[in-house]
Write a protein that binds this ligand. Structure first.
Ligand code: DGL
Length: 262
């Protein structure tokens, strides 16, 4: 496998940019291909079979471009298709799931709220995770149909998003909040308003560290030089012009998140 080859990142839309932002911070010299399956967005309200078909198509497009690793930067796509991708490709395929384990450990018996798409919460992968931790504290599952759509259409710092969240969180008390969909990191500042003292955890940081570790272990880290980002989409006319704005926004949000964590 070629160390200079790009890393492929995949999401149904803009959500995976929250993982890309972290990767750029950790591994700025790598070449990235970001693929958004915008033509089939949103995944969260679709059937597992429909999501799988979209993911396999996007993965094939990235494999054709010779990626050295595939990062499924979408909880819903991971739940629906990670096993199929691993069976199909020789390069490492890494995915993301709601960060329930660290959340339950951080909460130490206090309450944890998980926000995710309907499909993620319904899938076997999450059911198993939930069963493993349900005894360790109060876990509140909040499915959020339409929330990723708000983010995708740029509503993550405005009254529309605030109104949605205020309905979703009505009566919910949580010491730790898990963002179980990569789109939701864009809502970090608003979610913080609803849970001022709580820990807000998402799986993006863990996934980015896993990417680093795996590339290192397999001798696949690129040797210096400039990094690059190539953006692909199943609806390029819609997605490409919007990418930069989302990327800049996520970098400013990540600066707040990291500041809070240090
Ligand atoms: N970003 C995706 C996730 O992490 C979901 C968005 C969608 O519904 O397509 O689950």
């Amino acid at each position: 496998m070629n160390r200079e080859a790009p890393i492929g990142l995949f999401d149904s839309g803009v959500g995976g940019i929250s993982v890309l932002g972290r990767l750029i911070n950790l591994l700025p010299r790598e070449n990235y291909i970001y693929y958004a399956d915008t033509a089939r967005f949103p995944y969260g309200d679709k059937s597992c079979a429909e999501v799988k078909a979209g993911v396999l198509k996007a993965a094939a497009a990235m494999a054709e471009r010779g990626v050295k690793m595939l990062v499924v930067a979408c909880n819903t796509a991971t739940a629906a298709a990670i096993e199929d991708l691993r069976a199909k490709y020789d390069f490492p395929v890494l995915g993301i799931e709601p960060a329930l384990k660290p959340a339950v450990e951080t909460a130490a018996g206090k309450s944890v709220a998980i926000i995710a798409t309907s499909l993620t919460l319904k899938e076997e992968k999450f059911r198993r995770l939930f069963e493993a931790y349900r005894e360790k504290g109060e876990i509140i599952n909040l499915k959020a149909p339409g929330l990723a759509d708000l983010v995708e259409s740029g509503h993550y710092r405005d009254e529309m998003a605030r109104a949605y969240l205020s309905e979703l969180f009505a009566g919910v008390k949580a010491d730790t909040v898990v963002l179980g969909c990569t789109h939701y990191l864009f809502l970090w500042e608003l979610i913080r308003e609803f849970f001022p003292g709580a820990e807000i955890i998402d799986g993006g940081e863990g996934l980015a560290r896993n990417v680093c570790r795996t590339l290192e272990e397999q001798g696949l880290l690129k040797d210096g030089g400039e990094g690059s980002i190539t953006v692909l989409s199943s609806d390029e006319a819609l997605f490409l012009p919007r990418f930069d704005g989302f990327f800049q926004d996520i970098l400013s949000i990540l600066a707040l998140v990291s500041h809070k964590m240090t």
